[in-house]
Design a protein around this ligand. Structure first.
Ligand code: CU
Length: 168
């Protein structure tokens, strides 16, 4: 007596196909909804400054897909840090004047940033001509819909050396 292979009935075949289609759809859905990894985004910006009290950047957009964002400040001037120092300080736009004030009082020994001022989100050190400085901060520190300002807190510079930063 020979055993015949079990017949695959059409109902279980249909179920298997349904499962397969479902699994494929689920995979596709995951692929489509997974955010683009942060390495595909530009998670850094370079801001140039000079001896003429200028940043070359007025607006920075931070992609929300970035985990951290890095800003590099450069200084193409010739003047030393004591005469024409610049830094890059980030705070909510509404906090800019207050942060510039406490920074000025904190003075050169503190990079013109009051270390106890919680309104400061991130800042570089103060640099002079030919120098550069970077700072990284977690993008989770930014709220969607909020307008942030970046500015130089070296004595008297913030009214002209400032720009806007937003989360995109
Ligand atoms: Cu400055």
């Amino acid at each position: 007596m020979t055993r015949r292979p079990p017949k695959v009935d059409s109902i279980s075949m249909a179920r298997m196909t349904a499962h397969y289609v479902f699994a494929l759809t689920a995979l596709l859905a995951v692929a489509l909804t997974t955010p683009i990894p942060s390495h595909a985004q530009t998670c850094n910006a370079v801001v140039q400054s000079d001896d003429a009290l200028r940043y070359n950047t007025q607006t920075i957009e931070v992609p929300s897909a970035c985990k951290d964002f890095t800003v590099t400040l450069t200084h193409s001037g010739r003047l030393p840090v004591l005469a024409m120092g610049h830094n890059w300080v980030l705070a909510k736009e509404a906090d800019m004047a207050g942060v510039a004030r406490t920074g000025m009082l904190a003075g050169a020994a503190n990079q013109y940033v009051d270390p106890t001022d919680r309104r400061v989100i991130a800042h570089t050190n103060v640099i002079g001509g030919g120098q550069a400085a970077s700072v990284s901060f977690p993008v989770s520190a930014l709220q969607p819909g909020e307008t942030y300002a970046f500015f130089c807190t070296f004595a008297g510079h913030s009214p002209v050396m400032q720009g806007t930063l937003v989360l995109k």
